[in-house]
Design a protein around this ligand. Sequence first.
Ligand SMILES: Nc1ncnc2c1ncn2[C@@H]1O[C@H](COP(=O)(O)OP(=O)(O)OP(=O)(O)O)[C@@H](O)[C@H]1O
Ligand SMILES: O=C(O)C1=C[C@@H](O)[C@@H](O)[C@H](O)C1
Ligand SMILES: [Mg+2]
Length: 180
Amino acid sequence: MNVYFCGMIGTGKTTLGQRLADDLSMPFYDLDQEMNKRLGYSFHRLVAEEGWLAFRELEYYICKFFSQRNNSIICLGGGTVRYDWNVDVLKESGRLILLEASIEELVHRVSQADRPRVNKGTTIEEDISLMWKQSKNKYYTAADYVFRTDEKNIEEEVDELKDLLQSNPLFQGLQVNHSG
Ligand SMILES: Nc1ncnc2c1ncn2[C@@H]1O[C@H](COP(=O)(O)OP(=O)(O)OP(=O)(O)O)[C@@H](O)[C@H]1O
Ligand SMILES: O=C(O)C1=C[C@@H](O)[C@@H](O)[C@H](O)C1
Ligand SMILES: [Mg+2]
């Protein structure tokens, strides 16, 4: 069984996933970074040159590939669970933790310049708001557990998440380092 972190851009998937994996001595994979490794350049360039369809195809392939891992912490792309074909693969191989934070907080966290827009011609704020309005049901439907990341600091969140993985029956079967 794997633990998947999903959620919109800036919710803290990479930050919290990496911290948790380090503390629990579990393998960690970030699918945006894995995509960059396979491409040999940033996925931002893929989107700019070939469009979102090319990105979504590669994302699906990478989801299938990493779902073969076991006992790993895997951060998904911000949009991965908006697509049912990814969710089907992920649900068979682990539990999904949805990270959420207010739109205002997300806009404050992410940098304006270097983000490919899902909704063409929008500002980052418009893009994030529209994605959430149109797709929040997809995020909640995919989630086995929902965790807010705009009410506590990172240390407190990591501690709570460690506790969740170590003692919640939802994650029974996961081999976690209980001294971590
Ligand atoms: N309470 C908090 N919880 C999580 N992250 C926080 C918190 N407060 C501030 N941050 C900051 O918010 C940012 C979250 O970015 P991160 O790259 O982890 O998100 P992400 O979900 O992986 O985004 P993306 O989909 O763009 O990869 C980090 O810079 C982190 O330090
Ligand atoms: O919302 C999305 O579709 C995306 C979010 C990012 O994490 C990246 O995965 C990429 O920019 C796609
Ligand atoms: Mg990330």
